[in-house]
Design a protein around this ligand. Structure first.
Ligand SMILES: Cc1cc2nc3c(=O)[nH]c(=O)nc-3n(C[C@H](O)[C@H](O)[C@H](O)COP(=O)(O)OP(=O)(O)OC[C@H]3O[C@@H](n4cnc5c(N)ncnc54)[C@H](O)[C@@H]3O)c2cc1C
Length: 406
């Protein structure tokens, strides 16, 4: 039997890639769904599973295995051998993959969509909190269930959320709406400026401050005193001591990079989502590392201008695009062109709708399109708009988002 095309990752990007390859009749296909087979829409982790709106089983059943390909609960650990830098796209030599189960398989092609895992903290005193289920990240079903188990049938619990990115902001919103007392901590002031720009980030900081206790410009430095079920104390860098029943760490995520492709920062890809220096492999979703200057100069992967995108719709769009590149490289369809991150995303924060299209590239400058509703466009160094974000901007944002697509 021919070696399969292997898709590693059962999340947004991996599943979209598998569906695209299936629809094009590419065979045989092997889908590695990950080490724990947790195939779910990750956006449900906080909004639906943590809040008890749906069970983990229901979430999993919403993404059943795809017909027409083999799906395994297994992970990609190592890719071997390294391809020569000059390897042609779609090179014919099979790749040897080592899986988490220990099995070794040959692959005709590989698409890596292994996502990311949350950053954790190891501040002094963290271990007893974690053991008691009172310190958690918010990324997986298990994390959501830790929060749910502790807070079910309770109101008025004291929850400290560390990190005010989208996941931290949503958690602060959902838990304060559920009647808990939330303290939101973030080291930067205003939090989220790099992604949202100063104007929008400042407006958001104000919205948080009106809804929860905010401690911006401070970081969690120690966890202490955990007497049974009574609240413990979280100590911040400004010396303040916050009583907390639960601490949620929302410090962003690190890419899951299998050995043999990429590095700690992610898997560097070119504008077609081929792995740089290994054009016979593709990467998509939260694991893929882009380079800001790609549309003009490319090749700067020193970390200053490199960026990853971690939004659901964008990960799906990348999965589709990478699969199309793979089909092109095998002579099965036309070149899909350069990938442009233009997918929509949104988050509901204290009753307000924060939403956007595209991604703010490193170095892009903000331009206020409208003060009320607030609509901000980001313009890259070449003068092209790369993202537009709005707060309760509804139709104005949608119209502007369409114009971004050209
Ligand atoms: C709590 C939370 C809420 C979010 N809410 C939103 C939202 O409202 N809107 C939005 O746009 N985005 C949201 N996001 C972000 C969004 O979920 C991610 O951007 C998206 O899931 C990334 O897709 P992905 O396919 O790259 O990774 P994932 O969807 O995380 O999938 C990665 C897959 O790879 C598997 N895997 C891991 N390692 C291996 C390996 N070695 N081999 C094989 N498989 C492996 C995993 O098991 C998983 O199946 C949220 C994220 C979190 C954590």
């Amino acid at each position: 039997m021919d070696s399969p095309i292997v898709i590693a990752g059962g999340g947004a990007a991996g599943r979209a890639a598998a569906q695209t390859l299936l629809a094009a009749g590419a065979q045989p296909l092997l889908h590695l769904a990950g080490p724990d087979g947790e195939v779910l829409d990750r956006t449900l982790v906080d909004k639906a599973i943590m809040t008890g709106r749906i069970t983990p089983e229901r979430a999993q059943s919403m993404r059943p295995p795809l017909d027409g390909l083999e799906t395994r609960t297994d992970s990609l650990v190592t890719v071997d051998p390294p391809s020569p830098a000059e390897a042609a796209p779609g090179a014919a030599d099979p790749l040897r993959l080592t899986l988490g189960s220990g099995e070794e398989i040959d692959a005709a092609a590989l698409l890596v969509a292994t996502g990311s895992s949350p950053r954790t903290v190891d501040v002094p005193g963290h271990a007893p909190w974690a053991r008691a289920g009172r310190l958690t990240t918010l990324h997986s079903v298990a994390d959501a269930m830790t929060v749910r188990t502790l807070l079910a049938d309770r109101t008025g619990a004291r929850v400290l959320v560390s990190g005010a990115g989208l996941v931290g902001s949503e958690a602060a919103t959902l838990l304060s709406e559920a009647g808990h007392t939330v303290t939101l901590v973030a080291p930067s002031t205003p939090p989220g400026e790099a992604a949202l720009g100063r104007t929008l980030a400042s407006r958001l900081a104000q919205i948080h401050a009106e809804a929860v206790d905010t401690r911006f410009g401070a970081r969690l430095v120690r966890l202490e005193e955990l007497p049974g079920s009574a609240p413990g104390v979280a100590v911040l860098s400004d010396g303040s001591r916050i009583e907390a029943d639960l601490v949620i760490i929302a410090h962003g995520a690190r890419p899951h990079v299998p050995q043999g492709v990429g590095g700690e920062a992610g898997i560097p890809v070119d504008d077609r989502l081929r792995v740089r220096g290994r054009p016979d492999i593709l990467a998509a979703g939260a694991v893929a590392l882009f380079t800001a200057g790609d549309r003009r100069t490319a090749h700067d992967t020193d970390g200053r201008t490199a960026y990853r995108i971690d939004h659901w719709d964008d990960a799906e769009a990348q999965g589709v695009h990478a699969a199309r590149t793979l089909l092109h490289d095998r002579g099965l369809r036309e070149d899909p062109g350069a990938y442009r991150p233009l997918a929509p995303w949104s988050a509901r924060i204290h009753g307000r709708q924060l939403a956007g299209f595209g991604h703010r590239l490193p170095g892009a400058q903000e331009r206020i399109v409208s003060e009320d509703p607030l609509l901000v466009e980001f313009v890259d160094e070449a003068g092209d708009a790369c993202a537009v974000l709005g707060l309760d901007a509804g139709r104005m944002l949608r119209d502007h988002g369409r114009s971004l697509r050209g």
